[in-house]
Design a protein around this ligand. Structure first.
Ligand SMILES: Nc1ncnc2c1ncn2[C@@H]1O[C@H](COP(=O)(O)OP(=O)(O)OP(=O)(O)O)[C@@H](O)[C@H]1O
Length: 229
């Protein structure tokens, strides 16, 4: 098993919009190893989401090479991309995407059900405890704060035992104090469980807390600014 989670070489993504061609990601070289906690930072439109979507096998590659978990995914059809992302990659987005009529516990159980994974309820409860929600197991999303909803989403992303987590602006809907709490959960998962996490954010107060920061500007890596925090 490789310890390289992501290896991108001259990776590019081009969107065609009528006559216009937009190079959202432009010739990017990146290598991310198992156990790293990396933030992808850059202003709006710099290509963070496009980059994460390709790494997460949610979007295709236009040119260059992308290896995920040791497998070349650059030219794979959608069906194969689904196979790679299912179970192996955990996703956390800005909107928590929880089902309003289901409790914290049920939201996770439903995800497991659709993934075809059999888990004891006690294991799911442990996941919620892991993110500090031991007392919110039977709460509905509307009975929890935004930060708590995002913790449920984090627990849900962990339920299938993914090889790594991708978080795209996970604190976009949260105030600064709650955002810090969410980043602390990620730090804990990275330090204590060795989980690999890639976090996209435009918020430098959060992005600079990770051991490694990659800056994007106009779809390219901004080498001048690239430095470890
Ligand atoms: N589906 C699409 N079709 C056309 N252009 C797109 C598409 N998705 C993204 N883009 C363009 O690609 C560029 C990069 O967008 P992207 O969403 O990756 O940036 P971002 O850094 O994540 O921005 P934000 O922080 O605002 O989410 C932008 O110019 C955007 O307008």
């Amino acid at each position: 098993m490789t310890d390289t989670i992501v290896k991108a070489e001259k990776l590019s993504k081009t969107y065609k919009l009528f006559a216009e061609e937009i190079r959202a990601v432009d010739n990017v070289d990146i290598e991310i190893k198992k156990g790293e906690f990396v933030s992808l930072m850059g202003p709006s439109g710099s290509g963070k989401t496009t980059m994460l979507d390709m790494i997460g096998c949610l979007d295709s590659v236009s040119s260059g090479r992308l290896e995920i978990l040791g497998r070349d995914v650059s030219n794979l059809p959608e069906k194969k991309l689904v196979e790679i992302r299912r179970g192996k990659i955990g996703f956390i987005f800005q909107d928590f995407s929880l089902i309003p009529s289901l409790t914290a516990l049920e939201n996770i159980q439903l995800t497991l059900y659709f993934a075809g994974i059999n888990r004891d309820t006690s294991e799911t409860v442990k996941l919620l405890e892991r993110v500090g929600l031991g007392k919110r197991i039977n709460h509905l999303p509307k009975q929890m704060s935004g930060g708590e909803n995002q913790r449920v989403a984090i627990a849900r992303s962990l339920a299938a035992n993914p090889e790594f987590l991708l978080a795209d602006e996970p604190t976009g809907h949260l105030d600064s104090e709650t955002s810090q709490e969410i980043v602390n959960v990620f730090k804990q998962l990275n330090v204590e469980d060795g989980l690999t996490i890639i976090l996209a954010t435009h918020d430098s107060s959060l992005g600079l807390q990770t051991p490694r920061t990659i800056y994007l500007r106009d779809g390219k890596i901004d080498k001048k600014e690239k430095a470890s925090a």
